[in-house]
Design a protein around this ligand. Structure first.
Ligand code: DI6
Ligand code: FE
Length: 406
């Protein structure tokens, strides 16, 4: 029996491994050995004995890149919001549309009307577009159902994406996304329903890996947020937050103080919030697609996050209202041009730091012990990934150690 199932030789490897001192964790002319879907070794090509492997593949000098993690999406929903887009372009603010019962609630209507199968059919092409770029883990949130049945339906649809496509799925319960029409004017009653009914059922069914809250004037207060987070933790679920997206409410500091995996958006984050994140090790998930699509002008405090050593992840936030963009590569470009990330920070944002935002320690790097999720690109240097979104697509995609059919 062979020691390795596969051996890829003559690759340049952008490992994203912090143990490698080069930028991007770059290793020239290396080999990747795979056993049982995991990386067994990363070593110089001339030290990799091909006789130890059942199958040897010539890498042709291509660049191996860790499978990307898109750590924040709302991929499962019905309908679209193209008319709302037109209305916003004519000058109506996003918050105004939300207060009128449009926005998130119009997608809630369409999502409730869709069956689980229909939601899967709608989500599949979105997921395929993301996977074609080399993404191997997607986080998918509920939050457009807002009833017990519709939230569980959405989470089941999310999990099914992982059975139908070569991708790992993390699911997040975001029932505290908006107050549904049946609870209009009674947000505390809705929060109690989330904490006492929806969240326990999702946890019981194993349908949620984490719980998220939209802490915002048009979302939920700090006190309501705390209640949902406490219920999540009582059920053993990780927490993460939509915080400081449109105003500074202190949601980030609250989430960080409770040990959140990530706080996401962060345009209005202040220094106290940055310090709280640094103290707790909470990842900052930046979502430039929503910043761009809402014509936001307040940028997240990148230099303060950098100075404090807060890891920065980058995600699409794919959703019909504020970020209808199924491309992480494009988010990398936007984060560099609009937020001032370096191309290397953008790369780490969709690899190691993206995985960290989901509490996943054995993905997002090309290193021994990690899952064998990586792509091979015909590019000379990883800085091209952020520079030229879209092209080239990966020449080869490897998921759980095996080549994915194009
Ligand atoms: N912030 C966002 O940008 C998305 N959710 C959230 O809490 C928007 C969701 C939508 O408009 O449908
Ligand atoms: Fe979001």
């Amino acid at each position: 029996m062979s020691q390795w199932d596969h051996l890829w030789i003559h690759l340049d490897v952008a490992s994203a491994d912090p143990e490698v001192s080069e930028a991007y964790g770059l290793l020239r002319d290396h080999a990747i050995a795979i056993k049982d879907g995991r990386i067994a070794a990363v070593l110089p090509s001339d030290q990799a004995d091909p006789h130890l492997a059942a199958q040897v593949h010539h890498g042709e000098g291509r660049l191996a890149v860790p499978g990307f993690t898109d750590c924040h999406t709302h991929l499962v929903f019905g309908g679209d919001r193209a008319w709302e887009f037109e209305e916003r372009l004519r000058g109506t603010p996003y918050t105004e549309i939300a207060k009128r019962g449009g926005g998130i609630l119009s997608t809630v209507k369409a999502t409730r009307a869709a069956s689980e199968d229909e939601l899967v059919d709608l989500a599949l092409p979105r997921a395929k577009a993301l996977l074609a770029e080399g993404t191997t883990r997607l986080e998918i949130k509920s939050g457009y159902g807002l009833t017990l049945d519709d939230e569980l339906k959405s989470l089941r649809a999310a999990r099914r994406i992982g059975e139908l496509l070569p991708v790992e799925i993390s699911t997040t319960l975001l029932s505290a996304h908006a107050v549904p029409p049946e609870y209009k004017g009674r947000p505390d009653d809705y929060v109690a329903h989330v904490c006492e009914v929806i969240l326990p059922a999702a946890a019981e069914a194993g349908l949620a890996d984490a719980v998220d809250v939209f802490t915002e004037g048009i979302g939920f207060s700090l006190e309501q947020t705390r209640k949902v987070f406490e219920a999540a933790q009582a059920h053993g679920l990780a927490i993460k937050g939509h915080t400081e997206q449109l105003t500074n409410m202190g949601g980030t500091a609250l989430a960080a103080s409770m040990g959140a995996l990530s706080a996401d958006h962060l345009e209005y984050l202040d220094q106290a919030g940055v310090d709280a994140m640094a103290a707790s090790g909470t990842v900052a998930a930046l979502l430039p697609g929503a910043f761009y699509f809402l014509r936001e002008t307040q940028k997240p405090p990148i230099q303060a996050l950098r100075d404090a050593g807060v890891p920065m992840a980058l995600a699409t936030d794919f959703n019909p209202g504020t970020s209808p963009f199924a491309s992480l590569r494009w988010m990398m470009s936007q984060a560099c041009v609009m937020f001032g990330l370096t191309p290397e920070e953008a790369f780490l944002g969709v690899t190691r730091h993206g995985a960290a935002a989901l509490g996943i320690a054995d993905e997002g790097r090309i290193a021994a012990g990690c899952k064998a999720h990586f792509s091979l690109f015909d590019i000379a240097h990883p800085n091209l990934l952020a520079y030229q979104p879209g092209l080239p697509a990966p020449a080869v995609r490897i998921f759980r150690g095996e080549v994915v059919d194009a």
